[in-house]
Design a protein around this ligand. Structure first.
Ligand code: PTJ
Length: 258
């Protein structure tokens, strides 16, 4: 029996997962989602979402492909140019990258807002508390005093001074109709989703086809690198980004390994 055979789904702390395990990243994300479910942060459906994501990640080679890196740089430029950027947080995002989202929000001066498909007051509060434990000062989404028009489910509930008023919104890990509805409100959308054929990346100004575990720290790194860039430089990064090409490149890698 190898050492790896002793790594079971029952690890209590993620430090128990050996970093050199060939499936390290997958075991880590699975473990974080399980812990999120136990803590009441992540919905049970989040495990299905994670399974879908990890299948696509496997086909992508579990790495940030060059076009995704370009998308992450363009996303950082959009967030730096924005007047009121907001990073939307659901149960999977909170479980997988809480500290990394807080870091990104601080690098681009954005708000964090909890927005859930399976919304309950208990989950909203648990996620807000979890983000505060990871360094967030203020978390929006608890007031939910505004609605996204033409959406008849819980994701329509947003803060008037948060997502409703934002000009740029980061929408990670949701295959849904909110992305389209936000676009109709004239917001610039950045989507993180490992499936390039999901509805959300298909309508995003910046579709990032990458694992959120890699994408968010990389966006923060780009944002820090661009901190002193002037508006003209940021605009040229945004203008040069080709969303169709990014989606095509990701699909080609997944289908043909190219
Ligand atoms: O917390 P809630 O109640 O708001 O619910 C959140 C989930 C994720 C359960 C809900 O939004 C959902 O059901 O999402 P979907 O429709 O399964 O879409 C999730 C998308 O995220 C899929 O297209 C997955 O491929 C993708 N995905 C999953 N894990 C990752 C990912 N993309 C990037 N990185 C990941 N780690």
């Amino acid at each position: 029996m190898s050492d790896y055979d002793t790594v079971s789904a029952d690890v209590e702390h993620e430090e128990e997962i050996p970093a050199d395990h060939p499936r390290y990243q997958d075991l880590l994300t699975r473990h974080r989602i399980e812990t999120g479910i136990e803590k009441g942060i992540t919905h049970l459906q989040g495990m299905h979402a994670e399974g879908r994501g990890s299948a696509f990640d496997y086909l992508l080679g579990e790495e940030t492909i060059p076009s995704a890196d370009g998308a992450e740089r363009a996303a950082a430029a959009h967030l730096l140019l924005a007047d009121q950027p907001v990073l939307s947080i659901n149960g999977n995002v909170a479980a997988l990258v809480p500290e990394e989202m807080v870091d990104l929000a601080s690098a681009v001066d954005a708000d964090l807002e909890v927005n859930l498909f399976n919304r309950t007051p208990e989950r909203v509060e648990a996620i807000a508390e979890h983000l505060r434990e990871h360094g967030a000062d203020e978390v929006k989404g608890l007031t939910a005093d505004a609605r996204i028009p033409k959406l008849d489910h819980q994701r329509a509930k947003v803060d008037a001074d948060g997502i409703h008023a934002a000009d740029v919104v980061l929408v990670p890990l949701e295959d849904g109709d909110r992305a389209e509805a936000l676009q109709e409100m004239d917001k610039t959308e950045i989507v993180i989703d490992l499936n390039p054929l999901s509805r959300s990346p298909q309508v995003a100004a910046v579709p990032i086809v990458d694992n959120i575990i890699r994408a968010v720290p990389n966006m923060t790194e780009h944002a820090r690198d661009l901190a002193d860039a002037d508006e003209a430089e940021l605009r040229s990064i945004v203008d040069e980004f080709d969303r169709e090409q990014a989606l095509e490149d990701a699909e080609a890698r997944i289908r043909n390994g190219l």
